[in-house]
Design a protein around this ligand. Structure first.
Ligand code: 6R9
Length: 656
C-alpha cells in the first residue's frame, strides 16, 4: 500500500492522558478553542497580548499589525528589542546558573554551559565582531560545525544587529560561494574542521575554495574556530583570524544593539522551484515571538525540562528550535554534534538516557533509518525520562509513527507532528499536546492564530477528503518578510496573482479528513524532500548541466523507504549514450560532480542516460513521464503532445 493510501485510511486517535492534559500549558480542547476564539474575534489583540507576554521590549510597541503595503506586512513596527537580550540577559536575574546547553561532541565528551557563561561568551564574541568593523545590517555567513560556538556566533550577530546567514556544513564550496555572493557577506565564520561520525571535513579549506572561485570581494575576514588540532593547509595573515585570538582580552559584556521589531534578524537560503536558492529574510520581533509561542504551546515547555532537538543549526529547525526558541524561553537543551548512527544506531537512545531528556524533537527520516538499523535497540535503554516527542520535515508514515509512539514514547508521550517551513519561521500546524488528540500521520490542527485553508485552483475551499493547496489566509508574526534582494520574487512566489495576492501559498498539497485534521501530501512544485532536506530539482539539473560532458538533464523524485524521496536524474550526454560499465563510470563521475557543486545531500541516487528526454512540441520536458519511468510504472496518460514518444521505451530500459 502506498503511504498516501494508508494515511487516507488512518482512523486511530490518541488523546492526551489525563495526567499530561492536567499539567499542560494549554489544557484540553476547551483551552485550545478559547485561544482560537480569541484569535478569531480580535486578531490584533490576540497577537498583541502574546507579543507583550513573551517578548521583552526596550521600547514597547503601540501598533500590532500594518497591512497597508501587503504582502510586505509589518508587526509591532514601532517597538524596539533585541533577540539576544531576550535569549540571555533577561534570564540572568532568575536563572544565571541554570544550564543552557549540554553539549555532547561527536566523540561522546560532554560539556555544560550555564546561561551566565553563554551570555559572557556571546558578548565577548560580539565584541570580536565589532573589533573587525561589523556593524548593524552587515551580513555574516556562518559555515560551522554543529557546536556551541555556532550558536554563539548566531547570538553574537543578533546582539550587534548583524544579519547572519548560516550555511549548512554539508554544503559544498560552490554552494557556499553562491550564498556568500548573494548576501554580499562581510565576514565568514568557519572552523578548521567539522567532525561527524568520526569523519573530519575541512571547512576552512572549503571556505578558501569558495572564496577562490571569485566574486566574493565583499568578504573582509574569515574567522576560524579551532575545532580540532589539525592545522589548515593554507593561512592568510591578512584575511584569516583564529576565533580564540580574536576574542583574547576583549570585554565579556556588550550592550545589545536595540533593534526595530522589523529589522532583519537573519537570511537563510532554501530551495525553490527555480535554480537559484532563495534568501528567506526574517524579522527580529515577529520571528522571535513565533518561536516562543510554539515553545510554550507545542513543546509545552516546563522549567525542569531537558529539551533536545536533533536538527543542525544550518536548517530552519536548528534556528528556531535550537539557537533561538529554547534559549528565549530559558530551557536547558542538549546540543549534539554528531550523527544518530555513530558509534552505533543506539546513540540517540543512549543520549536520552544519559541526559534524562524529557522532550525529543527529530525527523521522520531519522526514525525510519533507526528502525531499520535496530528497531529493538531502544529496549536496551531507559527512556522513562521522556514526556513529549516531536517530528518535523516531512510527512511521517503511520508505521514509523506507531514505532515512535510505542518503542520510544512507551505509549505515554504525545507526538507533536509539526508542519511548518523555512518561510513560516515557526510551527504552523501541530497538535497542542495537552489538548488535541493525535492521529498517526496527520499534523492535525493549526495553532491558534494561524488561519489555514486548503483551496482549489480558483482559491475556493475544498471539501474534506479532496486534495488542494495549503494556504495561510492571514499574515502572522513569524512569516518571511521578503526574499533577500528580490522583493518581486517574494511576491510572485508566495502571494501569487492566481489567488489575487490574498493568500500565503505554502507550496504543499493537503486535505482535510472528516474531523477537520490536516494531512500533508507533498509539494506541489518542483521541490524534492530528501531525508527532510528541501532540494530544488532545477538546482540539481543546473549543477549537472554545468558538467562539460552533459548536454541536458532532468531530475525527478521517487518514493524511498527511508529518505522519503530519492533523486533520479535523466541525463543526455554531449557524446554517445553510454551503457554498462562505461555508463556506471560516468554516472559515478557525475554523482561526485553534484556533491562538489552542491553537496552530498543533493547527489542523485540513480542516474539514467538517454539519447534525449521526453519533450512536448513546445520543448518542455515532461517530468510526469520521467516520474512514471523512475518508479517503474506503466504510462497510461495521454502522450499525444509528446514530440518523441520513442524515447520512453529507451529510458524505460536505461537503468544501469
Ligand atoms: C521545517 C522545515 C518545508 C517543507 C514543507 C513540507 C515539508 C515540513 C512537515 C512537512 C509534512 C510535516 N514538511 N514539516 N510535511 N509534515 N510535519 O522542514 O522547513 O526545510 O523549509 O521544509 O517540508 O513539504 O513545505 P523546510
Amino acid at each position: 500500500m502506498s503511504s498516501i493510501d494508508s494515511v487516507l485510511k488512518e482512523t486511530r486517535l490518541f488523546p492526551p492522558s489525563d495526567d499530561f492534559r492536567t499539567k499542560a500549558n494549554v489544557s484540553g480542547m476547551e483551552g485550545y478553542h478559547t485561544l482560537c476564539e480569541k484569535a478569531n474575534s480580535d486578531y490584533q489583540g490576540f497577537w498583541g497580548d502574546l507579543g507583550r507576554e513573551l517578548v521583552s521590549w526596550r521600547k514597547p510597541f503601540t501598533k500590532v499589525l500594518d497591512e497597508s503595503n501587503a504582502p510586505f506586512f509589518k508587526w509591532f513596527e514601532d517597538g524596539e528589542m533585541n533577540v539576544s537580550y531576550n535569549c540571555l540577559d533577561r534570564h540572568l536575574e532568575s536563572k544565571a546558573n541554570k544550564v543552557a546547553i549540554i553539549f555532547e561532541a561527536d566523540d561522546g565528551s560532554v560539556s555544560r554551559v550555564t546561561y551566565r557563561e553563554l551570555y559572557h561568551r556571546v558578548c565577548q564574541f560580539a565584541n570580536g565582531l565589532k573589533s573587525l568593523g561589523v556593524v548593524k545590517g552587515d551580513r555574516v555567513v556562518i559555515y560551522m560545525p554543529h557546536t556551541v560556538e555556532a550558536i554563539i556566533a548566531m547570538q553574537a550577530c543578533a546582539r550587534i544587529g548583524a544579519i547572519h546567514s548560516v550555511v549548512f556544513g554539508g554544503f559544498s564550496a560552490g554552494a557556499l560561494r553562491d550564498r556568500i555572493q548573494d548576501a554580499t557577506a562581510k565576514i565568514v565564520i568557519t572552523a578548521n574542521e567539522s567532525v561527524r561520525g568520526g569523519k573530519a571535513t575541512p571547512l576552512k579549506a572549503m571556505t578558501d575554495e569558495a572564496l577562490g572561485i571569485g566574486n566574493c570581494e565583499s568578504v573582509e575576514k574569515v574567522i576560524v574556530f579551532q575545532r580540532t588540532g589539525t592545522k589548515p593547509d593554507h593561512w592568510s595573515e591578512s584575511n584569516n583570524v583564529w576565533w580564540h585570538q580574536l576574542v583574547k582580552g576583549l570585554p565579556d559584556v556588550c550592550e545589545p544593539e536595540w533593534m526595530n521589531a522589523e529589522d532583519p534578524l537573519f537570511v537563510l537560503y532554501t530551495s525553490g522551484s527555480t535554480g537559484k536558492p532563495k534568501g528567506i529574510q526574517h524579522s527580529s520581533a515577529g520571528y522571535f515571538l513565533g518561536t516562543q509561542v510554539s515553545m510554550k504551546w507545542v513543546f509545552d515547555y516546563k522549567e525542569d525540562d531537558v529539551y533536545w532537538c536533533t536538527a543542525d543549526v544550518g536548517w530552519i529547525t536548528g534556528h528556531s528550535y535550537i539557537a533561538y526558541g529554547p534559549l528565549g524561553i530559558g530551557a536547558t537543551q542538549v546540543v549534539f554534534e554528531g550523527v544518530p548512527t555513530y558509534p552505533d544506531a543506539g546513540r540517540f537512545w543512549a543520549m536520552i538516557e544519559k541526559h534524562q531528556v524529557t522532550t525529543f524533537y527529530t525527523a521522520p527520516t531519522a526514525i525510519r533509518s533507526l528502525i531499520k538499523l535496530g528497531g529493538d535497540l531502544p529496549k536496551q535503554y531507559d527512556l522513562s525520562s521522556l514526556r513529549l516527542l516531536g517530528t518535523v520535515g516531512e510527512p511521517i508514515n503511520p508505521d514509523a509513527w506507531m514505532w515512535y509512539h510505542e518503542t520510544i514514547g512507551g505509549g505515554r508521550c504525545p507526538i507533536v507532528d509539526t508542519w511548518w517551513q523555512t518561510e513560516t519561521g515557526s510551527n504552523m500546524v501541530a497538535p497542542l499536546p495537552g489538548a488535541v488528540a493525535t492521529k498517526p500521520g496527520s499534523c492535525t490542527l493549526p495553532l491558534p492564530g494561524i488561519m489555514t485553508a486548503i483551496v482549489d485552483e480558483s482559491g475556493a475551499p475544498v471539501e474534506p477528503g479532496k486534495g488542494g493547496s495549503l494556504v495561510i489566509t492571514r499574515p502572522f508574526p513569524s512569516l518571511v518578510r521578503t526574499i533577500y534582494n528580490d522583493a518581486a520574487r517574494f511576491k510572485s512566489t508566495y502571494f501569487p496573482d492566481e489567488f489575487n495576492g490574498k493568500f500565503y501559498l505554502a507550496g504543499d498539497s493537503a486535505h482535510y479528513d472528516e474531523h477537520g485534521y490536516i494531512w500533508i501530501m507533498g509539494r506541489i512544485d518542483d521541490v524534492l524532500n530528501v531525508s527532510g532536506h528541501r532540494l530544488g530539482t532545477m538546482e540539481i539539473e543546473s549543477a549537472l548541466a554545468a558538467n562539460p560532458l552533459v548536454a541536458e538533464a532532468a531530475v525527478v523524485g521517487k518514493p524511498h523507504d527511508i529518505k522519503g524521496e530519492s533523486v533520479v536524474a535523466f541525463v543526455v550526454l554531449k557524446g554517445e549514450r553510454p551503457e554498462g560499465e562505461a555508463g556506471k563510470a560516468i554516472a559515478k563521475q557525475l554523482r561526485e560532480w553534484v556533491a562538489h557543486e552542491i553537496g552530498k545531500i543533493a547527489q542523485p541516487d540513480e542516474i539514467r542516460f538517454g539519447d534525449n528526454l521526453p519533450k512536448t512540441r513546445s520543448g518542455k520536458i515532461m517530468r510526469r513521464l520521467l516520474r512514471n519511468i523512475a518508479k517503474g510504472e506503466e504510462i497510461t496518460q495521454d502522450i499525444s503532445t509528446l514530440e518523441n514518444p520513442a524515447i520512453l521505451e529507451q529510458l524505460r530500459h536505461s537503468a544501469l
